[in-house]
Design a protein around this ligand. Sequence first.
Ligand SMILES: [Zn+2]
Length: 245
Amino acid sequence: MIERQGEAIVLRVWPFHEADLLVSLFTRDQGRVKGVARHAMRSRRRFGGALEPMTHVRATYAERPRQELVRLDAFEILSSPLSRPIDYARTAALQLVAEVLEEALPEQAPEDAVFRLALAVMEEIQVGRAWMPITYFALWMKRLMGWMPELGHCVVCGEYLRGRTVWYSPTSDGVTCEDDRRGGSIALSAESVALAERMFRGTVKGLGEEEWPRTRGADLRRFALETLERHLEHRLASARALGRL
Ligand SMILES: [Zn+2]
C-alpha cells in the first residue's frame, strides 16, 4: 500500500455500495484518479463538505496493489465553492469545468497546467460573472489538449483572415473564409477572434476586472464549447444547462 497526500479537485461523486461513495478526483501529482470513500455517507467527519464537486482539497489516499480504485482516507478543504454565494449560473459553470475535466483527462496522467487553469478559473466563477471564465476555460482546455485550431488562416485556401469573420463547422477541423465555408458552418466575428487572442495572452483574473455581460463574446463561448464537445465526443449536460439561461 502506498500512502499519498496532495492537492486535488473533486470532480464527481457517485453512491457506491451501501454507505460508500465513489469519487473522481483530479490530483495535482497523479492526474485523474478514482477512489472509494468508505462509509462517507455515514461518517461526515473525514470528508465533511469536501465532497461537493469543484472543492479544492488536500487529499490523503492509499494506492492498493492490483486495485484500480484508490482508498480515500481524508480530505481537508483548501477552498470550497460553497464558501461564496451560489446561484444557478455559477453552479452550472462549476459543473461545466468538472464535467470537461472528467471527460478530457486520461486517468493517472499529471496535467499541472490544466490543474492551475482549473484553480484560476474556479476562483473567477462567481455570482453574476460566470460567462467569461467558462469561455476562457474552454479555449485554454482546447489549447492545452492540442485541439485549438489556428484562427488566422483559412484551412481550405490558406487565406490570411486577421480582422475578418471566420467560419467553423461543428463537424470538421479548422476555420475557413466565407467562400470556403462548409455546410452548417457558424460565424465567429472578427471581434471575438481578437477576444480569443486576448484570452490566450492574459490571465482570467485580469480579464475578470472587465464587465462581461452574457452577450459579450457569446459567439466565442459557443465556438469554444461546441468545438470542445466535438473533441470530447460528448454533449456537455452542463453546457445545455447554461444554454437555458
Ligand atoms: Zn478560404
